[in-house]
Write a protein that binds this ligand. Structure first.
Ligand SMILES: [Zn+2]
Length: 239
């Protein structure tokens, strides 16, 4: 009887060891966090995760208006300050996209799908549809420096924007206003979406400063608090 108890105990210990080696990230404890990590609530609204592997489904934010676009009302004052300061520095800057509703996302996806001859994989690479489009959270802004007319803008989807002085200013200063460059090219493994836009995302000033100073993407930052909050498939990277 005692022998049987010992073998069951041994089996339990082996299973626990196996779990820890297979799922090491899931066992990361609070004491393993970097000492300088901001003391924030990672479940707060600023950290709502939206990417190719972490859908927000049909969630849409409540939104307030700013310069003909929508944004989460809690983000509006920060965006307003960024726009004012950029203009005070002499930059021409517009919000090409803020909040986007489900109808807009669906209609655009349909037209992209048509353009891609109904190949859903190609369409998914070209356009972020419902659930994976951060613009439905009201936390994201695509900036540009050229207006076409009152509601349309040039350049924000054009790779040329990355060579502009405005883009360089935004990358350098966005954290001062609580924003991060959302999709650093070399971090696509974590977020999976193709995003050529000058796309910035609000996370609050403290988190934005930490993410920028430590050269992280949002997913890496969230994982420092709780790895279980971020799903990354083994072969999920878009080629
Ligand atoms: Zn965008």
């Amino acid at each position: 009887m005692k022998k049987r108890f010992l073998s069951v105990l041994l089996l339990c210990v082996m299973l626990a060891a196996l779990c820890c080696s297979v799922f090491p990230a899931a066992t990361a404890a609070a004491e393993d966090r970097p000492d300088d990590l901001p003391d924030i609530d990672i479940h707060s609204w600023e950290f709502r995760l939206c990417n190719a592997y972490n859908s927000v489904a049909f969630y849409i934010c409540e939104y307030g208006g700013i310069e003909g676009q929508g944004l989460d009302p809690r983000v509006v004052p920060y965006a307003q300050e960024l726009l004012s300061d950029a203009r005070a520095q002499g930059y021409t800057i517009y919000m090409a996209q803020g909040f986007r509703n489900l109808e807009w996302l669906e209609n655009n996806y349909k037209s992209v799908l048509r353009d891609c001859e109904y190949d859903p994989v190609a369409a998914a690479r070209a356009f972020q549809g419902i659930g994976v489009n951060e613009h439905q959270t009201g936390l994201a802004i695509d900036f540009t420096d050229q207006m076409k007319n009152r509601t349309n803008f040039y350049r924000f989807t054009d790779p040329e924007i990355f060579d502009s002085e405005l883009y360089a200013w935004l990358v350098e200063h966005c954290a001062d206003y609580g924003f991060i460059l959302r999709y650093p090219e070399e971090k696509a493994y974590y977020y999976g979406v193709a995003c050529p836009h000058a796309h910035f995302r609000f996370v609050g000033k403290e988190a934005a400063r930490y993410i920028t100073d430590h050269d992280l993407c949002l997913e890496e930052f969230i994982m420092l608090y709780d790895p279980d909050l971020v799903f990354i498939p083994e072969h999920g990277r878009f080629a």
